[in-house]
Write a protein that binds this ligand. Structure first.
Ligand SMILES: [Zn+2]
Length: 233
């Protein structure tokens, strides 16, 4: 090996060492500025979120319950379902709720390229705009799984990545009283609560909402959309 090549190798090794040091720090910094699991505040604001709809099975029932109690929530919708049920998007909008992007077909993103993630986000963004004249900059990756590619795509498209602090496991048919108990035992200002307005059949979500919403209102919590939550003090 010639001296020049050796020097180049040493340079490459030194560069690699610097990269190893820099990349995790940069990733952490990037991530923390656009990923939200909660947003602490002093005004008792919390956010209910519903994933995987819209769907006639439960979206309408959940909207009626929210309306009955006068509370607002955020619906993270799947683009494909928006195409199937655009009238439900209008109902969500009419109720004063917020809408977020939950990919076009609910594909798992953790191993996908940034380009693929970008396509998933943009296809749903376009669908929401074309069918409902609605624009959102909130994104929730399916199952909350994300990688650097997800962060990269979300950042490039100016989205915030919204996760949660309380997983009610309603998708697993957890009984309504257990869901309620779990929420009420740990809820605090700033929490983002994960629920679903589509799980196929026998959803415990509507009944759980009828238990927790009045109790949380009685405790002085304010239900707000995600944008208001993450923009508040
Ligand atoms: Zn989902």
């Amino acid at each position: 090996m010639k001296g020049g090549e050796r020097r180049m190798l040493r340079c490459a090794a030194a560069l690699a060492a610097i990269c190893v040091l820099l990349v995790p720090l940069a990733a952490e910094d990037d991530e923390s500025s656009i990923v939200y699991r909660a947003h602490a505040n002093e005004s008792a604001k919390i956010a209910l979120t519903f994933d995987d709809g819209p769907h006639p099975h439960y979206t309408e029932e959940i909207l009626s319950i929210l309306e009955e109690y006068g509370v607002h929530a955020t619906f993270f919708v799947i683009g494909q379902n928006v195409e199937y049920y655009p009238a439900l998007i209008s109902r969500i909008q009419a109720g004063g709720h917020e809408i977020g992007n939950h990919t076009y077909d609910h594909c798992r993103l953790a191993r996908q390229s940034a380009e693929h993630v970008r396509e998933e986000i943009l296809r749903t963004e376009q669908t929401l705009y074309e069918l409902a004249d609605y624009r959102t900059k909130l994104f929730r990756p399916p199952e909350g799984m994300f990688s650097d590619s997800v962060i990269e795509a979300a950042r490039a498209l100016d989205y915030r990545v919204i996760l949660w602090t309380i997983d009610t496991r309603d998708w697993d048919h957890t009984p309504p009283d257990q869901i309620a108990e779990q929420i009420l035992a740990q809820v605090k200002a700033g929490d983002i609560i994960l629920m679903h307005d589509y799980i196929g059949y026998d959803s415990p979500t509507p009944e759980a909402l009828r238990i927790v919403i009045p109790e949380l209102l009685a405790r002085g919590f304010h239900f707000v959309g995600i944008s208001e939550l993450i923009g508040s003090n």
